[in-house]
Design a protein around this ligand. Structure first.
Ligand code: FA5
Length: 324
């Protein structure tokens, strides 16, 4: 009886089978222990203590074996044993960085080689950093609520209006406010505008801002920096062209075009930092000068990879993303 019971307990592979074994041997009604018990009853009075003791021992052995097996079967190790580690596994699907992130990383790397440190600024901004310190006065049309994503809540500390930044030029101010010249930084990140969405415009896109401040920094430095950047990213044959333009925070201001594969692409704005901006951060325009530029990152990534619609970047379609 005992050996049979122990063998059955060891052979049980889950808790349900074990329960069946328990009923078969220790069950109150038909368990085989009952048969044994009746033998005890039939023993002679002299034999009875010995037989009784043997009976109790067998019963103890079986129930403790049951308990041990039960805790084995319910432990995590049991679950582990149930896994056949020799079977071939499911291949792990590896993701990769988004094409725009790849472009951003490459831009940082190129500008780093030209001596520009990478800075970050907040995506939710106050009016000082998005407009005022950038020489965009209150009555300027760029501040129209219809042309910006203003938030419905006010800034906690000042109670002033806040908005999603419409340009990375905000970071110029943040950096100059807390750093003394010379400065040579880039800042890459998201900006938001309620533009009509089409193949080349989105309401959320990325810009790379550049800022260099020092003694005698001039337009030639700006053009050389952008030309070296363009050649590094787009290739040796790339040309850079300036067209006169206007931005409140630069004087003079230019639109920047780059010649790539025979086509002139408009990729951003630039210029010499306006003296009013230098004054607003406590610099003396008689002592320092500087240039700034702001380039649209999507345009570069689209041109490099022949992406014809800017909306592809945010649709999360794996068939698109897996190509990069
Ligand atoms: C600016 O945002 C200025 N802050 C640039 C600047 C910086 C000028 C420093 C002077 C000094 P603009 O609005 O032109 O400029 O935008 C710059 C670039 O962002 C554009 O040339 C374009 O490449 C990209 N861009 C603008 N709007 C969108 C849009 N809706 N979707 C995608 N890219 C856009």
């Amino acid at each position: 009886y005992r050996n049979e019971a122990l063998a059955a307990i060891a052979a049980a592979t889950d808790e349900q089978q074990l329960e069946e074994v328990r009923i078969q041997f220790l069950g109150k009604k038909k368990g085989r222990l009952k048969d044994l018990q009746s033998l005890v009853g039939k023993a002679t009075p002299e034999e009875r203590p010995v037989v009784g003791q043997k009976f109790n021992e067998a019963k103890e052995n079986v129930s403790s074996a049951l308990d041990t097996r039960k805790s084995e079967l319910s432990s995590p190790k049991a679950a582990l044993n149930a896994i056949d580690v020799t079977l071939p596994g499911e291949p792990c699907k590896l993701g990769h960085t988004h094409p725009l992130t790849q472009t951003i990383e490459e831009f940082k790397e190129i500008m780093g080689r030209l001596g520009f440190a990478v800075m970050e600024g907040p995506e939710i901004e106050d009016e000082r950093h998005n407009f005022e310190a950038l020489n965009i006065p209150l009555e300027h049309p760029a501040r129209d609520p219809l042309d910006n994503f203003y938030l419905s809540v006010a800034e906690a500390a000042t109670g002033g209006p806040i908005l999603l930044r419409s340009q990375t030029s905000t970071v110029q101010i943040r950096v100059m406010e807390k750093t003394k010249p010379p400065i040579r930084i880039v800042s890459l990140g998201r900006v938001y505008r309620p533009d009509t969405i089409d193949p080349t415009h989105h309401c959320m896109f990325h810009q790379m801002e550049g800022l260099m401040i020092g003694e005698d920094v001039n337009m030639a430095h700006l053009k050389t920096t952008l030309r070296m950047f363009a050649k590094a990213y787009l290739g040796e044959g790339t040309e850079v062209r300036f067209r006169t333009s206007f931005f409140p925070f630069t004087e003079p201001s230019v639109e920047v075009d780059m010649l790539w594969d025979g086509n002139w692409m408009e990729i951003g704005g630039a210029g010499m930092v306006d003296p009013n901006v230098l004054t607003s951060v406590g610099y003396d325009p008689e002592e320092v000068s500087g240039f700034a530029f702001g380039l649209g990152i999507e345009r570069f990534c689209m041109k490099r990879h022949n992406v014809t619609d800017i909306r592809r970047f945010t649709e999360n379609d794996l068939r698109f993303l897996q190509q990069f």
